[in-house]
Design a protein around this ligand. Structure first.
Ligand SMILES: *[C@@H]1O[C@H](CO)[C@@H](O)[C@H](O)[C@H]1NC(C)=O
Ligand SMILES: *[C@@H]1O[C@H](CO)[C@@H](O)[C@H](O)[C@H]1NC(C)=O
Ligand SMILES: *[C@@H]1O[C@H](CO)[C@@H](O)[C@H](O)[C@H]1NC(C)=O
Ligand SMILES: *[C@@H]1O[C@H](CO)[C@@H](O)[C@H](O)[C@H]1NC(C)=O
Ligand SMILES: *[C@@H]1O[C@H](CO)[C@@H](O)[C@H](O)[C@H]1NC(C)=O
Ligand SMILES: *[C@@H]1O[C@H](CO)[C@@H](O)[C@H](O)[C@H]1NC(C)=O
Ligand SMILES: *[C@@H]1O[C@H](CO)[C@@H](O)[C@H](O)[C@H]1NC(C)=O
Length: 390
């Protein structure tokens, strides 16, 4: 009797639990951003015989079907590890999620909500972020260059989220902040630069400068202490913009005909500006000889016409302001360097000739002096004359 009792309890327990259904994501509570796409998957790893029972998703007492931005798909594949079993999945996808989609979803194996062999559920919740744009105050940059204190000391980014009325005790939430720059993510911590206020979900950036421009996101951490509902939800980006600025550029260049000209220029700003090149105010276009490629301009086989004022211009469609730097390029005749050299050579030759002629004359004179009688004054011997006077 006692033994029967246990058997009875076990079988009824198995029945009430039903066949095993799993919902993905494997969370009791699932937060989705308003406007995004909700995907729910219900999986049944059952015996062949249970195939006669249908899988279905329900929202309250209404079965979810295709239409109104919802698609429902069912897949069945044989279990590779156990051929007597079949894995069946039911996937519902709802695009452009609204607050009204934040309800309890049930997946059922069976005929309907009142008559099923298995059941699983998930609570969907919807959160909305209000995006905002920020800008590094340009006066801060100017002040930095002159070492004066900045006028605006703090940039405050607020993670403005709705759909999370705190009176609802069904979840807990805390906030983390993330900065994304050049594809790298960095979680922010309280420091001299950042202050993170958890209660009002704000991030304060002190002494904001150009280096602070970039993409910030707040990360809502739901149910930190409950493994079954722990979830991190990233907000849309809060962009902190900075106007384009030229950071480095080449100096003026003196080149010779047929040389290759290479000019470089780098710029900063957020969103990252693009660099274009101008010559004497005219946009430079790509040709076989001219290659304006972002930070680098190359011109092969220089001619006289290539001399002029080159300009790199950093711009982005989000800003009216552009930044530019000018570089002067001079192009000299290939033989230009040769002329002074030839001049010097000619000078040397002329000098040599003069010396040669002089020396020849002098030696002739000396010869005729030796021939002349002794004691007769030599008009060329000045030094002898000077010595005598002393
Ligand atoms: C939802 O599922 C569809 C189809 O399975 C997939 O293409 C899409 O990337 C999924 N979306 C999300 C947000 O997971
Ligand atoms: C399906 O269930 C069987 C029995 O529990 C198990 O051996 C098999 O690995 C499961 N397959 C999958 C894909 O979960
Ligand atoms: C946050 O969002 C609410 C609702 O749209 C809005 O009234 C409020 O002004 C926003 N706060 C900030 C700081 O943007
Ligand atoms: C950061 O510091 C502020 C002010 O001191 C404090 O209120 C806040 O809780 C701190 N945040 C974190 C994440 O420790
Ligand atoms: C957020 O809270 C902190 C301290 O609680 C306060 O100093 C700060 O001004 C608040 N920020 C906003 C934007 O309300
Ligand atoms: C480059 O192309 C643009 C438009 O295609 C034109 O307006 C400009 O004059 C060209 N610049 C030169 C130097 O040819
Ligand atoms: C950019 O210029 C346009 C037209 O001149 C003007 O309407 C707009 O307000 C300017 N934007 C900024 C950010 O200065």
């Amino acid at each position: 009797m006692w033994c029967f009792g246990i058997l009875f309890t076990l079988s009824s327990l198995a029945y009430s639990l039903g066949e095993e259904l799993t919902i993905l994501p494997a969370l009791k509570q699932y937060w989705v951003i308003k406007g995004s796409t909700l995907n729910l998957t219900c999986r049944h790893n059952g015996t062949q015989s249970s195939q006669e029972h249908a899988l279905s998703f329900w929202k309250s007492n209404t079965q979810i079907s295709t239409g109104n931005g919802v698609t429902v798909n069912i897949f069945a594949v044989a279990d590779t590890q156990d051929v007597t079993r079949t894995i069946r999945t039911l996937v519902i996808t709802k695009s452009d999620v609204q607050f009204s989609d934040g309800v309890l979803y049930k997946c059922i194996l069976g005929q309907n909500v009142g008559n099923f062999k298995g059941e699983a559920d998930i609570q969907v919740k919807v959160v909305e972020f209000k995006s905002a744009e920020y800008e590094i105050p340009p006066e801060n940059e100017k002040k930095k260059d002159t070492n004066l204190p900045p006028t605006r000391e703090k940039l405050i980014i607020e993670c403005n989220a709705s759909g999370m009325s705190s009176s609802d005790g069904s979840f807990t939430v805390t906030t983390k902040w993330l900065k994304v720059s050049e594809g790298k993510e960095q979680f922010l911590e309280n420091s001299t630069k950042y202050t993170i206020f958890v209660e009002n979900r704000t991030l304060e950036i002190s002494d904001p400068g150009r280096e602070d421009a970039g993409e910030y996101r707040c990360v809502l951490v739901f149910n930190k202490d409950d493994k079954a509902s722990y979830q991190e939800v990233r907000s849309q980006p809060f962009n902190v913009r900075a106007v384009p600025k030229i950071e480095t550029h080449d100096k003026n260049k003196n080149l010779v005909q047929e040389d290759t000209l290479e000019l470089r220029c780098t710029a900063s700003g957020f969103p990252k500006p693009t660099i274009t090149w101008k010559k004497d105010g005219q946009a430079l276009n790509q040709t076989e000889r001219i290659h304006p490629k972002e930070e680098r301009l190359v011109i092969y086989n220089l001619g006289f016409d290539d001399k002029g004022e080159y300009q790199c211009v950093a711009s982005h469609s989000q800003f009216n302001e552009t930044a530019s730097a000018t570089m002067l390029v001079r192009v000299k005749d290939k033989l230009a360097a040769l002329w002074p050299f030839l001049g010097i050579v000619a000078e040397v030759i002329v000098l040599c000739i003069i010396i040669f002629i002089y020396e020849k004359k002098r030696s002739k004179q000396l010869e005729s002096e030796e021939d002349a009688p002794d004691g007769q004054d030599n008009p060329g011997d000045n030094r002898a004359g000077v010595r005598r006077r002393n």
